[in-house]
Ligand binder design. Structure first.
Ligand code: FBP
Length: 250
């Protein structure tokens, strides 16, 4: 799969903004409630792509379509539902193409009681997206009653491997605490590239930058970051710092 529309020199920096679905407006502090604010950061910051749900993409992306690539997230769930996590498809691949997407994303909750439904749905999406020439990103998050430690080295490598086995071009996984642990996940992902899923904003920005550094040293190709950038008072400064780390590994 040609990833040139969503990478630079094999490296990737994505601005994730699907939190309105996953977490609700509580995350969208201050100006970040406005999708145009985020799209401006994505363009000015030189991100490889922005990640949006279809509604925001339909209403806001058209003004930016010549300036930045779009990854449409095809499934989603709110944080309000209790019990085993399931995130069902809410947007088709064709709809994503019509909105202007060059890639699609889908979350698989590895270990959930509903894992098989998500894997089956992901499989259909992956087939159609690849036939249409779109790259496929798998958010693989270990979650549910069967998952005792969602950041253990073993489960993180399992998440990365699942992305490879399912045909994803890029695995978006959480940090497992060290460069060494992340390297094992990157190894497990084989030819599937690995990006870091940012996580909650750290109190000290340097802590997040250290994670990015470790991810790159471990062989990751970059980050899909949300809150650590757009919840920052200086999102473009933060972007520059992240970019410097990622692209020094080119
Ligand atoms: P952040 O960098 O803000 O963590 O964004 C990454 C992301 O995967 C988003 O795409 C998604 O909305 C959110 O995290 C989901 O996080 P979780 O399911 O862990 O609450």
């Amino acid at each position: 799969m040609d990833l040139s529309k969503i990478t630079t020199d094999g490296k990737a920096m994505y601005l994730a903004y699907d939190h309105g679905v996953e977490h609700g407006p509580v995350d969208l502090i201050g100006r970040s409630i406005d999708p145009a604010y985020i799209l401006d950061i994505a363009v000015k910051g030189g991100y490889n792509a922005v990640v949006l749900q279809k509604g925001v993409a339909e209403k806001y992306y058209q003004d930016y379509k010549d300036k930045i690539s779009l990854i449409v997230k095809l499934n989603g769930k709110s944080r309000l539902v209790e019990g085993e996590p399931f995130s069902g498809q809410v947007c088709s691949v064709s709809e994503a193409v019509d909105i202007g997407a060059v890639a699609v994303g889908y979350t698989i909750y590895l270990g959930s009681q509903y894992e098989s439904k998500m894997l089956a749905e992901f499989g259909r999406i992956e087939e159609e997206a690849h036939k249409k020439g779109l790259a496929v990103l798998a958010w693989v998050y270990p979650r549910g009653g069967a998952v005792k430690d969602d950041a253990s080295p073993e489960i993180t490598a399992y998440a990365a491997r699942m992305a490879l086995e399912m045909g994803a071009d890029i695995a978006k996984i959480k940090y497992c605490g060290s460069e060494e642990c992340f390297r094992k996940a990157v190894e497990a992902a084989g030819k599937t590239k690995v990006v870091l899923s940012g996580g909650a904003k750290t109190e000290n920005p340097a802590d997040f930058l250290e994670v990015v550094e470790n991810v790159m040293k471990a062989g990751g190709i970059g980050v899909a970051v949300g809150r650590n950038v757009w919840q920052s008072e200086k999102p473009l400064e933060m972007t520059e710092k992240i970019k410097k780390i990622i692209f020094k590994y080119s």
